[in-house]
Each structure stands twice: as C-alpha cells, then as structure tokens.
Design a binder for this molecule. Sequence first.
Ligand SMILES: [Zn+2]
Ligand SMILES: [Zn+2]
Length: 202
Amino acid sequence: MPHMTDQPRIHLGTLLRTSDDAHAEGELDHLNYEQGNEHQTLHFAEAAPYEIDVNSLGGDDMYLQGTFEPTLVMECARCLREVHVPLELQLGTLMRFDPSVEKPHLDEADTGEEILLFGEPDVDLSGYLAETTILAAPLSVLHAPDCKGLCQVCGHDLNEGPCEHMAQVPVEEIDDDLGTPEGTVHARQNPFAALKDLALPE
Ligand SMILES: [Zn+2]
Ligand SMILES: [Zn+2]
C-alpha cells in the first residue's frame, strides 16, 4: 500500500553501483520546492499517489519513468470559488548523476532533451514533481461551463442570483472560449495565472 510521505525520495545508490533498477512509490498531500530562491508549497486537494522506476542507461545516466496523480486546488477564473483539478501525469525523464550538483534540478542535455541532474544517490524528487505538475496545470479553469461570474460593480456571485447591477453587465462580456467543464484543461501553463481571465471593472 502507498504510504503518505513528506518528500518523494528515491535511493539510487545501488543502481549507480550495480545497474539494478530502483523503485519508489507513495502518496503526497503537498510538495515543497524552490522557485527563484523562494520556498514554495504546492498543496493537493487529496492524497496524490506517485510511482516511479529508474533504470540504468549505463554509467551515470539513467531513465526515470512513472506516474503522478495530483489534484490541484485552483480558483474558478470567473467567480473565484475553489475548483479541484485532477491531473494524471506520465513521467519520463533522463537523469544523470553529477557529484558537483547541489540540488536535483532539471536542465537541458546536449541533445536538447530535459535531464534531471542530481549530486547525491538519495534523490529528493520534490522539485522535479512540482515543476512537472505546474507545467501540466491548466492556465485557468471554470467551476462550471456556464459560470456567471461576479458582478463587476459589487462583486456579488451571480451564480447565486442577480444583483441590482445585473442589467448593466452585457452578456457578450462573458468569454465563452472558457466553456470547459470542471477540472478540464483549458491551456497548458501554470496555475498561478488563473486570475488572467477575470473581468475587472474599468
Ligand atoms: Zn465559477
Ligand atoms: Zn452588483
């Protein structure tokens, strides 16, 4: 059974010595990672299972593959209520052991492919999983395809009924390009840009 872990770690010491495959699995309710030089935390709506295998490609090169299924907590782009966005990520990344690397991080290999560099056999995959998750997250989501949004004058949630300003908000201002059901992907990008589509008062 998967167990809840604080950090997704995989130990590659044996793989580096004998080329035996390595395996790790567990569940995460959050991921700590660094962006710029700031500590960030990605919280999940429910336990997010991961399963990871690493195979030797010879020498210090290896290949990571597996699955990660986090459920993101985002805001509806129109009414700002909480939306749970389940993702099913297929992982597949080259890895390379380089003792001069301080923290595991993604870099670009000579071939242009992404490569996860690490300097210690006990690899913390937090940053890798966080970056993969953020890249796969939709740019914006709606809690329902027909979300009516907030009144631009008083902020009233129009899903709960009209307010006195209702007649002044032309229907055309609601962008139907965003008509995706809960949890579906609108566009690739990071979850922190979710406010982009919010219609603000002039
Ligand atoms: Zn909404
Ligand atoms: Zn209003």
